[in-house]
Design a protein around this ligand. Sequence first.
Ligand SMILES: Cc1cc2nc3c(=O)[nH]c(=O)nc-3n(C[C@H](O)[C@H](O)[C@H](O)COP(=O)(O)OP(=O)(O)OC[C@H]3O[C@@H](n4cnc5c(N)ncnc54)[C@H](O)[C@@H]3O)c2cc1C
Length: 492
Amino acid sequence: MDRRRTVIDCASLVIGSGAGGAVAARALALAGDEPLVLEEGPEVSDADLAARSPAENMRRLYRDAGLSPIHGRPTIAFGEGRCVGGTTVVNGGLLWHPPADLLARWAREFGIDGYGAEHLAPHAREITRRLSVHTQLERAHANQDSRLLAMGADALGWRTNGARRAIRGCRHSNRCATGCPTGAKQSMALTYLPDARRGGARIHPDTRVVRLAHHAGVVTEVRAVGPDGEALSYRPEMVFLAAGALGTPVLLQRSGIHERTAGRRVAFHVNVRLHARFPEPVRARDATIFTTQLREFADLGILVMPTNLTPGTLAAGLAGHPPHVVDGMLADIDHVGAYTAQVRMSGPVRVRALPGGGRLLSHRIRASDRELLRFAVERAARVLFAAGAVEVYAPERRILRRAAHVDAFTARADPRRWDLVSVHAMASCPMGDPDRGGMCDGYGRPYGFRNLHICDAAVLPGATGVSPQGTIMAFAHEIVARHVASALPVRC
Ligand SMILES: Cc1cc2nc3c(=O)[nH]c(=O)nc-3n(C[C@H](O)[C@H](O)[C@H](O)COP(=O)(O)OP(=O)(O)OC[C@H]3O[C@@H](n4cnc5c(N)ncnc54)[C@H](O)[C@@H]3O)c2cc1C
């Protein structure tokens, strides 16, 4: 094989095309910079998504088919996208702007300036407009799972709120997590990236960056492997790194950039799934993922919401139950709702680049995290019984048949035996004062680097508690706006 490298010169290079990378690509294109975007995954159209089954899309659009193990007790399955548009192609389309109190706390704790709610408000407005973000209303005959959650919460006097989503003309096909087949979800692939292309950006799919070469605080070369395995060498003036909360620190470690700090403490949320059987029809399959969230315990980092239900997810979620139980639930699927409790962890994940190209994820969730998980499941089960559930399928293959059984279950339950998943990782290369654990300055530059900006989930100072896409995008907008405004000349 010809081992020679093709050398490509460019002004600005964006690595990764998800929530952060797409914002950078669009802003740079609008500034007349004609950026080049390198994306490891494939480019897929709505027609492609519609033509294939959810299982096929899962394998094609996710890294490790959606099941990257985070080792620990228990081993947690991590899901992230790997395609043009990144994880926004497979996410739920929920779009929350960064909460003002969270931004104020980050400013205090991490010593960052100019990222308060008032500074990010113009970006939030732009995101809302471009992604058609609005509160999704329930339809008369669908989203009964959300309505039941709201009813249960009302009965207990707990707060809920409507979901704000990035959608246009949602047809409730319930396939958000394997790529919207109708083009309703306003992922980066349908919004920011087409804008970027119109402004002169080029996107190279199936192109994996392997290393950043640097000298004296300047990235001089970005090495990549192209669609046919060819070795590529890019020589950009400016690099925007947005390979995701795990991909970004892995690349930095491979490149010897802040390799001892990058990816050492990754903030994350975990999800625990419950199924509830109701006497009345729920028909959760005819719904969107959800339209209502239980927010009563949001200050503790706990949210409860419906999640998507198909025969496949139901069977997988009941793994370990005897076959007749699974068969019974599948036969009665129209009376079943699937719910998830999302919990912010305080014990971090660590990501390490392995020799030969792999990565190793491990976690150290703490006793206090386990306590919070137990509490979250207890509250979720309680609200489902208040909504009229006759059975709640809880972790550890336990079937609860009365609200009175919930306390006894959670008192003995051990989250180290639960099936947990995570789809939100953040803050692996945090912005902030170096004396307070920060790795990047207010421009997203790793300290000591002049032409490298991190502008994805990795650069957030901590866990958001809410769905992170809106916060990631707002930070990326601000990072690129600062760069464009200053346009520091750099000699390579
Ligand atoms: C099932 C699911 C549901 C979710 N639902 C929501 C939701 O409703 N609302 C919300 O706010 N968040 C949600 N999220 C999370 C949210 O989508 C992500 O946090 C967000 O997209 C992260 O943005 P990012 O730019 O950091 O990374 P990503 O969007 O993941 O983009 C990173 C991109 O970089 C590429 N890349 C990585 N390494 C390389 C490399 N070496 N070379 C080239 N390219 C590379 C990847 O292939 C990927 O396309 C969900 C996630 C999942 C998995």
